[in-house]
Write a protein that binds this ligand. Sequence first.
Ligand code: SF4
Length: 273
Amino acid sequence: MQTAMTTPNTLPLHIRSRGLVNPPANLERVTLEATPEFLADLATHSARLETATPEEIITWAHERFGFELTMATAFGPEGCVILSMLAMIAPETYVFNLDTGYQFQQTLDLRDNIAEKYGIEVDMLQPELTVPEYEAKHNGPLYKTNPTQCCFDRKIKLLELGIQGKSAWMSGIRRDQSEDRAQASIVGWDKKFNMVKISPLANWTKKEVWGRILAEKVPYNPLHDQGYPSIGCWPCTRALQEGETGERAGRWSGTAKTECGLHTIQESDGSGI
Ligand code: SF4
């Protein structure tokens, strides 16, 4: 059930989505055991789904996990495409965003455009401390001095909240995005969060994603037209400079950091890698 449905409908969407949306009602973690049999079963499905379409993969995930399936989205092109597919397959799926307080306004607006077009209201999960409170506590913006801690406090903790009561989550990662992501399986075991991870677009290329967006007029972040191939929080994202090609080159520029920790590959043997 989309928790956003319970918010007052007299408020405009962008107000309803800012902290007035309750986190998932079921706060018990679903505990799955990564037994060799279970991992082997996931590997079998992953291998079989290698040639499936993203829609077929999402349908399988929905049939297998039902209400225990969720998705975190930062409203990247891949996330928007999956949302457009979910709208046709399982619109009741709980989808959430890690609303760090540092997102671009264009990203926040996109949440409302998606809701308007597809009726899927992505839940905006927010950290306990507002940005001013957090920066006051740390004597300034932590993204400048310790981005790993900042990502942990303002993303990973929210992810842990979003996945409560869930046993599987979908991500929009593609294998051709980075070396880290090249190892992603279609269906695998996410050791870090102890849940099944499904990547319906793992085999898609950037061209296929954008082909779908343009063909079906899927709403997307206008910053992509201004040189930002990958968009996260504004302090840690910049447009690509001349000569840069890596899709994620504009993220945490000038540091060794390439991921916020959500999609660092930590999958078990047998998970189909
Ligand atoms: Fe903080 Fe930057 Fe991570 Fe956002 S991406 S949570 S601003 S370090």
